[in-house]
Design a protein around this ligand. Structure first.
Ligand SMILES: NC(=O)C1=CN([C@@H]2O[C@H](COP(=O)(O)OP(=O)(O)OC[C@H]3O[C@@H](n4cnc5c(N)ncnc54)[C@H](O)[C@@H]3O)[C@@H](O)[C@H]2O)C=CC1
Ligand SMILES: O=C(CO)COP(=O)(O)O
Length: 134
């Protein structure tokens, strides 16, 4: 549970950081449209995005999962859109260090790493001050 809490909290932080860079108010991301939405999708047993992630973690491929889902897991396409947006930001050369969760999710979804490798890389990330760039 602690690892999940850390991942979700740091995930919100990355989305917040991107949104602020694009002109959003930070309070928008700490309200229902940010933290609230993230809780629903990460912890709701019926969540489409959570279902995609759980099935990936159990060893199915992205292709198998997407082909067998009747619904759309929005997070799949959104991950690639987020990376495109990040790479247009100033200091994009530091992007993988600044947005490690988004980049690791992309790596898992595009098949360049396994879920286990993605999680291992996140766990090996050097610690730093939590709110260093907000
Ligand atoms: N329900 C929620 O808590 C949240 C939903 N969203 C996003 O909002 C959107 C709608 O969510 P819901 O209303 O819950 O979903 P829903 O499953 O109730 O409705 C989605 C609708 O899109 C249609 N659809 C799916 N693929 C399509 C395609 N290729 N072309 C045309 N129509 C297509 C489906 O037939 C369905 O009527 C989704 O992108 C979802 O990820 C975002 C945040 C929260
Ligand atoms: O898209 C959503 C969160 O942004 C909500 O959809 P799910 O909760 O079904 O994953």
């Amino acid at each position: 549970m602690n690892a999940s809490a850390a991942l979700v909290t740091r995930g919100v932080n990355e989305v917040q950081r991107l949104a602020i860079n694009l002109g959003a108010r930070s309070s928008t991301l700490t309200g229902l449209s940010g933290v609230g939405d993230t809780f629903g999708t990460c912890f709701g047993p019926l969540s489409r995005n959570r279902t995609l992630g759980m099935r990936l973690g159990r060893g199915e491929t992205v292709e198998e999962i997407l082909a067998s889902m009747a619904e759309v897991a929005e997070g799949y396409a959104t991950t690639f859109s987020l990376v495109e947006m990040i790479e247009k930001l100033p200091r994009a050369h530091r992007a993988e260090r600044t947005f490690p969760i988004i980049y690791n999710v992309k790596c898992i979804l595009d098949g360049s790493c396994t879920p286990q490798e993605g999680v291992r890389r996140l766990m090996d990330t050097k610690g730093r001050v939590e709110l260093w760039n907000l």
